[in-house]
Design a binder for this molecule. Structure first.
Ligand code: CTP
Length: 245
């Protein structure tokens, strides 16, 4: 890249130009561990325009009629990594990583199916990938700048999950407990909990651990400030100047 002779000066103090590559954060943990709330806290804490929250929840595979029947009887395993369309997720993160746009399906937990709606995301500065298996697939891990595991006690996870399933996901108590015993807990022990080893940061006691959450947010803010400064330097090198008076 060569320095151009004309200098463009952008005179807006709050304007942060989009980065060429987003900062990507992965957040994993058991169902009900508080991944979504911690993601929201990060979003509020960093207060960075163009932040995108990408949830694994939108990437469950479509079910056949027979699988769907089992799902309504709480007999379908939504907790094995195979229940997710990891290929689509990897393609989505790759597109965002390279500054492109991505189309995200919208999922209905009450219907066990994708809705006919989608959301389109254009270039993001920060992407937060949240899901049971956020720290499971090598291809996703290799694209992440920070990997977080939320380590909440399973009893607390179960209590939160039951409340949420019954109030917001159209389930009954008996079915929700059956699903937990048969699929959620065994898969957590076998496939999910070992992914803690892939984390850079583990948050013990999850949402209750405000010290760890605040430290994590401070670290992310530092990293973003460094990335932003580097980005501005690169822009100045190609002749774009910023006047922050
Ligand atoms: N699931 C379900 N029915 C579906 C699809 C998924 O019951 N049709 C359940 C799976 O059993 C899985 C859970 O959804 O365990 C994944 O969502 P979860 O991680 O619990 O929710 P988040 O809000 O993403 O995370 P957190 O509770 O940690 O905030």
């Amino acid at each position: 890249l060569t320095r151009t002779s004309s200098v463009n000066t952008l005179n807006h103090s709050s304007y942060i130009p989009p980065w060429t590559q987003p900062y990507i954060i992965g957040i994993a943990g058991n169902s009900g561990s508080g991944k979504t709330s911690i993601s929201q806290q990060i979003i509020q804490g960093i207060n960075q325009p163009w932040t995108v929250l990408l949830s694994f929840d939108n990437f469950y595979k479509n079910l056949s009629a027979e699988e769907s029947k089992r799902a309504f009887e709480n007999e379908y395993d939504f907790d094995t990594p195979e229940s997710l369309d990891l290929e689509a997720l990897v393609d989505t993160v790759k597109a965002l990583k390279s500054g492109g746009k991505a189309t995200i399906p919208v999922y209905s937990f009450a219907k066990h199916a994708r809705t006919d709606k989608t959301n389109t995301i254009y270039g993001a500065n920060v992407v937060i990938i949240e899901g049971l298996y956020a720290l499971y697939d090598e291809r996703l891990l290799s694209m992440m700048d920070l990997k977080i595991y939320v380590d909440t006690d399973l009893d607390i996870c179960l209590a939160r999950r039951l409340t949420r399933d019954i109030l917001y996901r159209g389930r009954d108590l008996e079915g929700a407990i059956k699903q937990w015993e048969k699929f959620v807990k065994p898969n957590a022990v076998k496939h999910l909990n070992p992914t803690m080893n892939n984390a850079d940061l583990v948050i013990p006691r999850g949402l209750d651990n405000s010290i760890a959450i605040n430290l994590m947010i401070k670290h992310i803010k530092n990293q973003l400030a460094l990335k932003s400064a580097k980005h501005l330097r690169n822009l100045r090198n190609v002749g774009v100047d910023f006047d922050f008076n």
